[in-house]
Design a protein around this ligand. Structure first.
Ligand code: ADP
Length: 557
């Protein structure tokens, strides 16, 4: 800026200077030309009067003053010339000023020398005898004068330029320095020359507007980040070329990518359904798809964004529906399993009843059939009871009442209930531990321990042992149900807690199992925030561990 102001002021002054010199020279030249012209005319005037009076004799003893005087007859022949011998001069009939004077009475002409350094100004007057009197004078041309004056002109120019240089520097400094020292953050507090006041006012206004707009944009950004940042759904905004404009942290997590994320959205997922959804949205249609990625399942919704009926991008929402899908699969499997489990005893009952209805069954058979029907009905009741239990735990629809329960007393009571069953196979039941209180739901804990002890007896060997061990530690209470039974093969160990999962289906059915016992244990433990662990060695026995943590813990009184 400083340089620019300096350059332009310097250039302006320099040009003005040159123009002034040129103008002055021009005016002076014009003035002198007029002067010469008048002088020639005056001289021609009084000389012509004298010649009119005295004729050619006037030139006898004529003394030239400043200008050259020539007398030419009407045919162009030179009769007299003050600077040369008339006889030696050419015929002047072709001279411009002579012709003009012959025609109009007076004539003028200017002729330049070959070097253009001089010019001759001629003025001719026609006399009464048609001869022509011509007065001529020689003058330097502008170029000659200029060249002659070059030195003083250059001196003037150099002095003027130095002055201009100094002044321009001073002026530009005087203009720029206050501008450079301006505090643009608070323009109105500046003390500068008056011409800057409108600019400063405008700057202050603009600062205010920018500040407001920035605050507004910042607020919107914060709002947007808060909304999208707290969304569990992945959010992506893309432009019409599928380049990512913005995204939230959930989107990064869902696709397992790390910021900064830019470039084409198609680079973050290669799945065909993903690409199809994006291209449909960018074609202007709302698109939705289920996308499988690694072990996960996503619901992807892409909506086009329009501006003046043109698609300018798309908003993409991605929901992780892996859990939902898993639950849905489990529900479907459960329903199918329940139907299947119910159908088998019902078919048996219906078959026996049908035979008895026909009437061609002996009395002994009727007793056997009735026993079978009773057995199947009992199975059904057990199954339905277990289904109800697991549904209660699953849906948490029924509010359970928590209370302080003595685990030792509760297990003692359960063992008593199962004593008969154990005795039939000569299995010893041991309760090891002390009175230990926890906070829990009696009904659920009863079902959990009953199922564990029931399994430990059912899947035990003749003369086997079942230990029910209770241990209270500083922060937790652990229960172990340990048997010396058939054990569970490693392959099945991780699945026995699934609903209706049985290692040996026919054996389980035969001994009255429903396949829901351990599922009830697992859900009961989850309800009490307890940990469940199963350790088993095939042919040697199984130990199920339930560890109740802080939530159920009752400290020592
Ligand atoms: P079930 O009603 O068939 O006993 P559970 O859910 O209680 O159903 O158990 C699932 C399966 O796990 C059983 O069918 C059985 O094969 C196996 N199982 C459970 N407990 C034991 C155990 N203590 N010893 C050996 N196998 C067991």
């Amino acid at each position: 800026m400083h340089k620019k102001i300096f350059q332009s002021s310097f250039l302006t002054v320099f040009l003005v200077l040159i123009a002034t010199i040129a103008l002055i020279m021009g005016i002076l030249f014009h003035f002198f030309e007029v002067q010469i012209q008048t002088e020639l005319e005056n001289e021609a005037g009084y000389l012509s009067q004298a010649i009119e009076k005295e004729g050619i004799r006037f030139f006898d003893g004529f003394k030239k003053q400043t200008n050259r005087v020539t007398l030419i007859d009407a045919d162009g022949k030179v009769l007299f010339d003050s600077d040369a011998e008339a006889e030696k001069l050419d015929n002047h009939a072709d001279r411009e000023e002579i012709n003009e004077a012959l025609k109009n009475g007076t004539g003028k002409s200017i002729r330049y020398s070959q070097t253009l350094t001089e010019k001759t100004v001629n003025y001719a007057v026609k006399l009464s005898n048609n001869s022509i009197l011509r007065i001529s004078t020689t003058q330097y041309t502008v170029i000659t004068v200029l060249l002659g004056m070059l030195q003083p002109i250059l001196i003037v120019l150099v002095v003027a330029l130095i002055l201009t240089l100094v002044l321009s520097l001073k002026v530009s400094k005087a203009i720029i320095e206050p501008i450079n020292q301006l505090d643009l953050e608070s323009p109105e507090n500046n003390v500068a020359y008056e011409e800057l006041t409108p600019l400063l006012r405008k700057l202050a206004e603009q600062n205010q507007t920018i500040k407001e707009q920035l605050e507004d944009a910042y607020k919107k950004q914060v709002e947007f980040n808060l909304i999208t940042g707290n969304m569990s759904e992945g959010f992506l905004l893309i432009d019409k070329d599928a380049s990512i404009l913005t995204y939230n942290s959930a989107a990064l997590e869902l696709f397992g990518i790390t910021p900064p994320v830019n470039g084409n959205v198609l680079a973050i997922c290669r799945a065909k359904d993903f690409r199809d959804t994006i291209s449909n949205a960018l074609a202007g249609a709302k698109a939705e798809n289920i996308i499988m990625r690694e072990e996960c399942c996503y619901n992807m919704i892409a909506n086009p964004v329009f501006e003046k009926k043109e698609v300018i991008g798309a908003v993409i929402i991605i929901l992780d529906i892996t859990e939902r899908e898993k639950r849905e699969t489990l529900r479907r499997e459960f329903t199918a399993n329940v139907s299947h489990e119910l159908k088998t005893p019902l078919t048996s009952i219906s078959g026996f009843a049908e035979l008895m209805k026909e009437g061609d069954v002996s009395e002994d058979m009727v007793v056997d059939f009735s026993a079978s029907i009773y057995e199947e009905a009992q199975r059904l009741i057990t199954l339905v009871t277990d289904i109800i239990k697991i549904s209660e735990l699953d849906g948490k629809s029924i509010p359970f009442q928590s209370e302080t329960i003595d685990l030792y007393e509760l297990s003692e009571e359960i063992i008593n209930r199962l004593k008969g069953q154990a005795e039939k196979r000569n299995i010893t039941l041991n309760l090891i531990g002390d009175k230990t209180q926890i906070i829990g739901v009696r009904k659920i804990l009863d079902e959990m321990f009953y199922n564990l002890l029931d399994n430990a007896i059912k899947y035990n060997k003749e003369n086997g042992t079942v230990d029910f061990i209770i241990n209270k530690a500083e922060n937790d209470v652990t229960v172990w149900v340990r048997d010396t039974g058939i054990g569970i093969p490693i392959f099945h160990q991780s699945r026995v807690f699934e609903r209706f999962y049985r290692v040996d289906k026919s054996h389980s059915k035969q001994i009255g199992g429903t396949g829901l016992g351990l599922a009830i244990v697992k859900h009961g433990a989850i309800y009490h925030h307890a940990e469940t662990r199963l350790e088993s060695v095939e042919g040697k026995g199984t130990t199920v561990t339930i560890r109740f943590g802080r939530e159920s813990f009752v400290g020592d009184e």
